[in-house]
Design a protein around this ligand. Structure first.
Ligand SMILES: [Zn+2]
Length: 316
């Protein structure tokens, strides 16, 4: 188990052992901190025939079926490819599955890795099951933005909030995962990932960090304008996301002036402007437009660059 989730794991385990685990735990928190790992761990525990201290045994038939992705009593409901959200039919299928008699042990488990992607009808369809769950049925909901879930859903769940870990333990875990990386890169990845270790790991392992940093450097210095526009047209959503992350870092650094500064910082050393919050908002808007498929990305980027220029201290 990821070290910063140990406390949450123990708390779930205690509730499970003492029969106090609600039938619908809602595990929420920012992206990249391990909600999925914890949700999977809990699903395996609920289905295992002979749980051990650490959780599921990993050996019994049930554990083996979970590992092979073929457990008949585990129902994973996620956003289907090419779809925007979780549809009501998917939830109806889940409810039917949970009402059957368990094939293997006594429990059936529904797992929703992105519960907040349920549309309104899907959420309504789930309500009755949350109110009167069939015996032995468990629903594990994971969410990055629990506020998007209807209050009626949230109030029927047992909520568990996960937070990003402290910087030092996150950094040392990351160093263990990527021993070849430099401290400067790990710091930059953690900063840009909002402190979420799995998000930072993904940036380091995919080579995305270098690509993202070079993009931000070009933006900060106003160089390679043509290339910048080309990249923006090719991958608008990803580019806006890097920009939004960077603005979030600048805002955070401005608010902890004189506080923690990463060693060997590789992020462009741009002094926080007068209105970084506005630049951040524009980047978020740009990201949303890109996801909606708005094509004139060069115009949107141009508008952002003008604002950015206006925020810079006067050049000598
Ligand atoms: Zn087992």
């Amino acid at each position: 188990m990821l070290p910063w989730l140990e406390q949450a794991r123990r708390s779930l385990r205690t509730r499970f052992d003492e029969g106090r685990l609600g039938h619908a735990p809602l595990i929420h928190g920012p992206a990249g901190i391990g909600k999925q790992e914890l949700g999977d761990w809990l699903a395996r525990l609920l289905l295992c025939r002979e749980p051990v201290e650490a959780g599921a045994c990993g050996d019994c038939q049930s554990c083996q079926l979970v590992a092979s992705g073929a457990h008949p009593d585990l129902f994973v409901i996620d956003v289907l490819e090419d779809k925007q959200g979780i549809a009501v039919d998917q939830v109806r299928g889940l409810i039917e599955g949970l009402q059957l008699t368990a094939s293997m042990g006594k429990n059936r488990v529904g797992l929703m890795p992105r519960a907040d992607a349920m549309n309104r009808n899907a959420a309504n369809a789930l309500l009755k099951t949350l109110e009167e769950p069939p015996p032995g049925a468990w629903l594990i909901l994971l969410s990055e933005q629990p506020a998007r879930l209807p209050a009626t859903i949230r109030s029927r769940c047992q909520q568990l909030a996960l937070r990003v870990p402290e910087r030092e333990p996150a950094e040392s875990w990351l160093a263990g995962q990527c021993p070849e990386s430099s401290r400067g890169d790990r710091d930059a990845a953690l900063e840009l990932g909002g402190g979420a270790p799995l998000a930072a790991l993904q940036m380091l392992e995919s080579g995305g960090l270098d690509a993202g940093l070079s993009l931000l450097e070009d933006l900060a210095t106003g160089t390679a304008h043509g290339e910048l526009i080309e990249r923006w047209q090719a991958e608008p959503a990803a580019c806006w996301q890097w920009l939004a992350r960077w603005m979030a870092v600048l805002m955070a650094q401005a608010s902890r002036a004189g506080g923690w500064r990463p060693e060997g910082q590789r992020l462009p050393p741009v002094p926080p402007g007068r209105d970084v919050a506005r630049l951040w908002q524009m980047a978020l808007d740009g990201h949303r437009e890109a996801e909606r498929g708005v094509v004139r990305q060069d115009l949107l980027l141009g508008r952002w660059l003008l604002e950015w220029e206006a925020c810079q201290p006067a050049r000598k």
